[in-house]
Design a protein around this ligand. Structure first.
Ligand SMILES: [Zn+2]
Length: 59
C-alpha cells in the first residue's frame, strides 16, 4: 500500500465530478455537517473530488 504525504484521500469518498461532490456535500449538510467543502484532489493518482472539512480560518 502506498502512503501519501499530507492529506491522503484514502478512506474518503471519491467523486468523478464537482457536481457529484457538491451533491454529496449537500447531503452531509442536510445531516448537520458544517463548514465542509468540495475540493479537487491534489493526488495525481486520484484526480477526483472529495468533500471534507475546511481548515480553520485565521482570524
Ligand atoms: Zn483523492
Amino acid at each position: 500500500m502506498i502512503r501519501t504525504k499530507g492529506r491522503a484521500c484514502t478512506g474518503k469518498r471519491r467523486h468523478d465530478t464537482r457536481e457529484d461532490a457538491e451533491d454529496h456535500r449537500q447531503r452531509l449538510i442536510a445531516k448537520g455537517a458544517v463548514r465542509i467543502a468540495a475540493y479537487q484532489c491534489r493526488n495525481r493518482a486520484c484526480r477526483g473530488w472529495h468533500v471534507g472539512h475546511l481548515p480553520k480560518p485565521r482570524t
